[in-house]
Design a protein around this ligand. Structure first.
Ligand SMILES: [Zn+2]
Ligand SMILES: [Zn+2]
Length: 303
């Protein structure tokens, strides 16, 4: 068993291409797989490998002047959590669809530690709103109790969601949450710039850091992740329900019909009844070999 490291840093990178080649070299040498996105605005990565490789990776990063203070979040995993190593350069290290200069983390909400978040949720002032910035398939299996969620399927829909729901945040203290903190860095800036909320907060290290410290706290269920593990179990609560029979369940599957490839929650009996597909139609198409059949590995879904 190895590890998965989730990390990011918003820092000006003058030569992202150079950084990309360097990252390619280290990760290949260490046998790490995963995804790293680099841009002028920083680095966003999730990599998996053996314990030793991950330690070595952190040591190398710690010696680099730009990356020496990165907060690595760790969980059990390994190189097999990803199908390959992908290192890319993009304008935004998380795709929000907004100019990285106009909406920058420096205009983001105040960072709270896990302790501060827990305390805030315990006292829960009347004007507090917990806003989940994640996609619907993520919070469907785990979220903060009484948090506000949206039906967005991709993070780039988030600014429009804010725009349409400004009233909900007027004169409120808004605590925004996401998996490991990166999405909130700019999502909080989007809300802050509207000038309606009384106060905007984000969790340092996101849900990941909060649940490490408070596994039986205000976050219930599973924390969705973007690799083959799909989700990390936080506590025994099951928040989701089977797409096919509606019974409580929080295990994701992808429809075996490659052309459908629906990412959905399905219980074991339904998985058998429907032969790992999402509907009667897909089951029939697969049975009649009228469609391509998906490889039996979980595809990666993006923010
Ligand atoms: Zn079912
Ligand atoms: Zn299907």
């Amino acid at each position: 068993m190895g590890k998965v490291l989730i990390f990011y840093k918003y820092v000006h990178i003058e030569f992202p291409k150079r950084a990309m080649k360097w990252q390619q070299q280290i990760c290949t040498d260490l046998g790490l797989t995963g995804r790293i996105i680099l841009g002028h605005e920083g680095i966003n990565g999730t990599v998996g490998g053996t314990d030793e490789s991950c330690e070595r990776y952190k040591e190398i990063m710690a010696k680099h002047p730009l990356f020496n203070d990165i907060d690595f979040k760790e969980s059990a995993g390994g190189a097999d959590c990803f199908s390959k190593l992908q290192i890319k350069i993009k304008d935004e290290i998380v795709h929000l669809g907004l100019d990285p200069v106009a909406v920058s983390p420096k205009d983001g909400g105040q960072h709270l530690t896990a302790d501060q978040v827990h305390q805030l949720l315990e006292t829960h002032p009347d004007d507090l709103v917990v806003l989940d910035t994640r996609n619907d398939f993520e919070w469907a299996i785990g979220k903060f109790t009484n948090s506000v969620t949206s039906d967005i399927k991709n993070f780039r829909e988030f600014p429009e969601y804010i725009e349409k729901n400004l009233d909900q945040f007027k004169d409120k203290q808004v605590l925004m949450v996401c998996t490991a903190g990166i999405r909130c860095e700019r999502a909080t800036a989007v809300l802050q710039q509207k000038g309606v909320a009384k106060k905007v907060f984000q969790i340092r290290g996101g849900i990941h850091r909060y649940v490490e410290q408070f596994p039986e706290g205000f976050f219930r269920g599973k924390n969705y992740v973007f690799d083959n593990r799909i989700a990390l179990k936080v506590n025994d609560d099951v928040l989701g329900s089977c797409y096919l029979c509606s019974k409580p369940c929080d295990d994701y599957n992808n429809c075996l019909n490659a052309e459908c490839n629906r990412h959905f929650i399905s219980c074991k009996p339904c998985e058998q009844d429907y032969n790992s597909t999402c509907s009667d139609r897909c089951r029939d198409l697969v049975a009649q070999r009228k469609v391509h059949i998906r490889e039996k590995r979980q595809p990666i879904v993006h923010y």
